[in-house]
Design a protein around this ligand. Sequence first.
Ligand SMILES: *[C@@H]1O[C@H](CO)[C@@H](O)[C@H](O)[C@H]1NC(C)=O
Ligand SMILES: *[C@@H]1O[C@H](CO)[C@@H](O)[C@H](O)[C@H]1NC(C)=O
Length: 197
Amino acid sequence: MAKPALTATVVVVVAALALVATAATLAPAEADDPEKVDKWFTTLSHAERKTTRLHFYFHDTLSGKSPTAVRIAEAPMTEKSPTLFGLVNMIDDPLTKGPEPESPLVGRAQGFYASAGLESLGLHMNINLVFTSPEYNGSTLSIMGRNPAFETYREMPIVGGTGVFRLASGIATAKTYFFNLTTGDAVVEYKVVAMHY
Ligand SMILES: *[C@@H]1O[C@H](CO)[C@@H](O)[C@H](O)[C@H]1NC(C)=O
Ligand SMILES: *[C@@H]1O[C@H](CO)[C@@H](O)[C@H](O)[C@H]1NC(C)=O
């Protein structure tokens, strides 16, 4: 008589433990207090590495009344340089699901890019992807790498992340969807593959 009850209890306890283990390894979107961060690290040895794929469009708008990319620095020779060497733009660019500007917002790209190539265009990207979509709300991924913006595909390293993307590493591949040579406005398709815990 007691045996099925015991089995049921064991099942419940095991299920509860599994739930606790899952909860412990799931990092929150909001920044935790340092003790919780520390605790999260202690659960890592049991955590499985996840791979997340993201697809979105990056809208870099320099022109018009409400630009999201603004020039913050340049060198005396920048305007004479074929690559605008020395130019630094600070950005807070919307990231959307589709290529249209009115497409649903999934996050923002905040940071700066700088023209770091003398002879051919090579942007140094230093950008945080700040997600606001329900799944990844409050989590970030950081890109730091070289973006030869006139090439078809540009591969840039994901060097870290926060929230659900803690300890992320991966690759962001950018491909220009639209570019206005006069204004410099661009819509860029991004595909990201990130490994994290
Ligand atoms: C994302 O988080 C912010 C701050 O906690 C909250 O105000 C907002 O409603 C959340 N958005 C979604 C889509 O969950
Ligand atoms: C590029 O921008 C200029 C200036 O705003 C505009 O006249 C032109 O139509 C745009 N070109 C494209 C392809 O959108």
